[in-house]
Design a protein around this ligand. Sequence first.
Ligand SMILES: [Zn+2]
Ligand SMILES: [Zn+2]
Length: 267
Amino acid sequence: MNFTLTIMGTASAMPISDRNPSAQMLAVHGRLFLLDCGEGTQQQMRRAHLAFLKVEAIFISHIHGDHMFGLFGLLNSMTMYGRTADLYIYGPRALGSVLNFYRSFFGEHESYEIKFVPVDCREPQLVHTSKWVRVSAFPLSHKIECYGYRFDEIVTDRHWQENPAYHPKSYAYCSDTTPFPQLAEYVRGVDLLYHEATYPVEMADKAAERGHSTTAQAAQCARDAGAGRLVIGHYSSRIKDFDALVQECREVFPETVAAQDGDVFDF
Ligand SMILES: [Zn+2]
Ligand SMILES: [Zn+2]
C-alpha cells in the first residue's frame, strides 16, 4: 500500500459534534500531504497519529473558513515542535495575504520557512514534485476561486524492471464544486476520487445555488472519469441518514463510500 488517505473532516460549513470541517492527509511512501485544513485539524492529526513534522506540503482548495480555519494553529504548533524544514503551501493567490497576516502577528519566532506558492490556473497544472509523487492543481467551479488537487505516483525505472505490470497509484481531491463537464477529464482514471456531496438529490436546487454538488452529481463525475472508487464527504449539517446518501451514489456509481471522520483508505 503506497497511498494512505486519512479523512479528518467530513462536515461542511458548520462543524458539529462528530464531524469536523474539511481536512485530509494523504501519505505517499510515508511522506505527508495535507489537503485543506479546517478547524480542529491538528487535534484530528493527533488522533490519527500523523506526525506534524512529516508534512511536506499543504494544499488549500479555497478561502472559505471550513477549509482553512485550522491553519494558524497547525503552523504555530509546527514551530513548537521545532520544525526546521521548509513547508510548502499551495492555494489561491488570496491565501498569500492570509499567511502574511499570520506571519505579521504570530510568525515572529517561526522555526521554519513557509514557502507559499500561489495557484492560478484554468487548466490542470503541475504544482509540486516530490520524491514519489507529482501533484497537479485543477480549477473547480465554486462561489469563489477554488482548486482541486490530483496526486500521481512517480514510478522509477527500477520499479518497472522489478514489476513491468505495476500500476502507478493516483488520487484526486475535488473540494467544493458544482458539476461541470471537464472535471471528469481532470480526474480521469484515478484509483480513488474524493468528491464533495453536500446535498442529497432532492436538494439539487440548493446545491446549485450554493456552489455545491449532490450525491448523484458526485457519482456521475466518478463514473464519467472511470475512477476506481469514490469517497464522498462535506455533508450538510442536516444530513443524518448516510445509508440513503450512499445509496443515491451507488445507483450511478456502485463503488462509493460515504466517509466518516477518521476513516482510512489504503490503496
Ligand atoms: Zn466547504
Ligand atoms: Zn466553499
